[in-house]
Design a binder for this molecule. Structure first.
Ligand SMILES: [Zn+2]
Length: 82
């Protein structure tokens, strides 16, 4: 056994909270939605109103659709009109 190796703690590296500058273990820091690495007491959850609503398509257009011929503005054009 190597001398001094008993004090080694895996993942025991220290880091500073980006908000309050408290010294915490890196594994105890959380990445916030703002991108900051913060401690548990500084963690600010993302406000729900910042998440855009799920919007889906209202309808899929028919392929090769034609204009509606049932409206009143429709005038049939014959060869004699040209
Ligand atoms: Zn903090």
């Amino acid at each position: 056994m190597v001398e001094g190796s008993s004090s080694y703690i895996p993942g025991g590296t220290y880091g500073l909270c980006d908000r309050c500058a408290a010294k915490r273990r890196l594994r105890d820091l959380r990445k916030e939605w703002t991108g900051l690495m913060v401690c548990g007491s500084c963690l600010d959850p993302r406000p729900p109103e910042m998440t855009p609503p799920r919007v889906k398509a209202e309808g899929v257009p028919l392929p090769n659709a034609r204009p509606d011929n049932q409206n009143a503005d429709y005038v049939e054009i014959t060869a004699e009109d040209l």
